[in-house]
Write a protein that binds this ligand. Structure first.
Ligand code: BG6
Ligand code: MG
Length: 215
């Protein structure tokens, strides 16, 4: 039986994955190349600086100094935060609040496991931070997904062994991170990138169907 559930943030709890993509795309446009939605899959779950390295590679931009990289990453984050500026509770993905409440009623402990440094701010803005027993975000970890550190840290904080934790993810790197520490993973979204997940749903609204047999 599952005793702990660790939710990714962007693209699982809130519909912010589209803003990460839009902000990277705007940066790529300025650098003079097109960032496709397929290529964007590689950026999901990956840290800001690692995402930038992937972007620069896609655009064939070499010999970028550390200082320029820092400025470019800062610029992307500025675009991202601007896009979030009128984000409201309607950005919370379907069924998530109800699902977390019902899992807690059944005694399941809940954590957030995100690579984003803005995760805490986003939960606060939406008024849903209280739903989570523990929050681990990009400020708490050294290695982003596919490294399992974020999920390992979350499980330790919850006090639950890895094999009794379920991860919910929309990113290939997130599924890999869960598997790297022996956790099961539900992939959310229509993407082929999720083929390695143990379970798969198209939309967060369908997650509760899977949990009824697991918790
Ligand atoms: C992940 C997103 O949750 O956080 C990535 O899937 C993003 O797209 C990463 O790059 C880091 O986010 P931030 O807000 O710290 O730049
Ligand atoms: Mg995500």
């Amino acid at each position: 039986k599952i005793r702990g559930c660790i939710f990714d943030l962007d693209g699982v709890v809130v519909d912010t994955a589209k803003y990460h993509y839009a902000a990277w795309k705007k940066l790529a446009d300025e650098l003079g190349f097109y960032l496709s939605i397929e290529e964007n899959e590689k950026l999901k779950g990956v840290s800001r600086m690692e995402s930038l390295d992937i972007i620069l590679k896609i655009g064939g931009i070499e010999n970028c100094s550390q200082e320029r990289k820092r400025l470019l990453a800062e610029k992307k984050n500025m675009y991202y935060l601007e896009m979030l500026s009128d984000m409201g509770p309607s950005e919370i993905l379907p069924g998530i609040v109800e699902l977390i409440k019902s899992l807690k009623m059944k005694g399941c402990r809940i954590a957030l496991g995100s690579a984003s440094k803005s995760a805490g701010m986003i939960l606060k803005r939406l008024g849903i931070e209280e739903l989570f027993d523990e929050i681990v975000d990009g400020n708490d970890i050294k290695h982003a997904k596919p490294h399992p550190e974020v999920f390992q840290t979350a499980a330790k904080k919850l006090g639950i062994s890895y094999e009794k934790c379920m991860v919910v993810e929309d990113a290939k790197a997130g599924v890999e991170a869960a598997h790297a520490c022996g956790m099961c993973c539900i992939g959310v979204g229509s993407s082929e990138a999720l083929s390695a997940a143990d379970f798969h749903v198209e939309s967060t609204a369908e997650l509760s169907n899977i949990f009824t047999v697991l918790v």
